[in-house]
Design a protein around this ligand. Sequence first.
Ligand code: NAD
Length: 350
Amino acid sequence: MKTIRIRDREERESTIVCRKNVFSAVLAPLGAQLPEGGGMLFTDANVYALYRAQIERSLGGVPCFVMPAGEANKNENTLFSLLKEMRKAELRRNSLLIALGGGVVGDLGGLAASLYMRGISCMQVPTTLLAQVDSSVGGKTAVDFCGVKNLIGAFSPAARVEVDPAFLQTLPRRELRCGLGEIVKHGALSAPLFEKLLSAPDLFDLSFLAQIVPENIAFKASVVRRDPHERDLRKCLNLGHTTAHALELGGCGLSHGECVLWGLILESRLAVRHCGGDKKFAERLSALCFSALEGGTLPPLDVENARLDKKNASSDRVTLAVPVAPERYELLELPFAQYAKELSEVAKEC
Ligand SMILES: NC(=O)c1ccc[n+]([C@@H]2O[C@H](COP(=O)([O-])OP(=O)(O)OC[C@H]3O[C@@H](n4cnc5c(N)ncnc54)[C@H](O)[C@@H]3O)[C@@H](O)[C@H]2O)c1
C-alpha cells in the first residue's frame, strides 16, 4: 500500500491510496457505514456492467447513478442529471459521492460534488490507467460545453482517491495505451521513470504497470503541489499536448493517448530545431513512444485545428511545452504558419 497526499493553497487535502482489493478493503466497509449524510455511487454503463457483482456486494444499499459511457456524454446534460439524482437521494452537505470509473466519470463526479450544496466530499475510484496516473490527481474537474473540451469546471480535489491495479485487467489494450501516453510524458520529465520505461520488456505488462502507477502519481502530485492552479510549472504537463490536440480535433480516428504519443515525437523534433534540444534524448523518447504505439502511421496533419484548442484561441502564435532533454522542457512560441510548415517537415521524418 502506498499513500500520497496533496494539499492545495486553500488547505484542501487529497489523499491518494494505492492498494489491492478496493471493493472488500474500502467500499464494503464504507457501504456498511456511510457518513451521517449518506452517499451515492456514480459510474458509467461499461464499468457497471463489468463490476456489477462487486458493486452490489459492497455498496448494495447505496443509491447509484449510471451514466452512458464515453466522452460524448461528458456534458451539461449528464452533469444536471447527476445533480438531480443527488437531490432525489437527499444528499446533504456531509454526504459522500463515490465516482467509480475513468476520467469522464471522475471529471463529472468531481464537478457535481463541488457544485452540490456548494461542495460535498468526493471519493474517486479511478478504473482506467489514464484516470489512475493523471485525471484523478490534482483536482481538475470539468465538462465539455458548446463544443469546447473542459470549458466548464473547477479546481476541486477529491478528498480521497483509491487506486486499485486490478481494474486494469478488464481494460482494453487501446485504453491502456491512452494511459501510456501520459506515463511516457511523465517519463520525459522524470529521469528515473524514463529509464524504467525504456528498459521495460513490455510496456503493457500489467504487473509492470501496477509497479509504476504509484511512481506516476507521486510525480504528478509533486508538480501539482508546487502549482495547484496551473499558473506556471504545471504547464509542463502539457508536453506534447498542443500537437496532440491538433491531431485529435482533426478527427483523425486516433485516441487521445495515441495523439499524445505522436505529439511527443513531433514536438521533441521541434525542440531539437528551436530549443537546442538533445538529439539523443529525442530519439530515445521517440523510440519509447513508438513502442507504446505498437506501429500505426501518423494521420495527415491539419494544424489549423490547433486554433480550436482554447489555449491558442486568441492568438496568431502557438505556444508549445516541448521536451528538450531529460527532465527539461521549454515553452516554445511560434507563429501559426511556421508551426504548420515545420510540423509537416518533421512529420515526414517519421
Ligand atoms: N481532470 C484532469 O486533470 C484530467 C486529466 C486528463 C484527462 N482528463 C479527462 O479524462 C477523460 C478521459 O479519461 P479516460 O481515458 O479514463 O476515458 P473514459 O472515462 O471515457 O474511459 C475510457 C473507456 O474505458 C471504459 N472503462 C473504464 N474503466 C474500465 C475498466 N476497468 N475496464 C474496462 N473498461 C473500462 C469506459 O467505460 C470508457 O468506455 C477525458 O474527458 C479527459 O478530458 C482529465
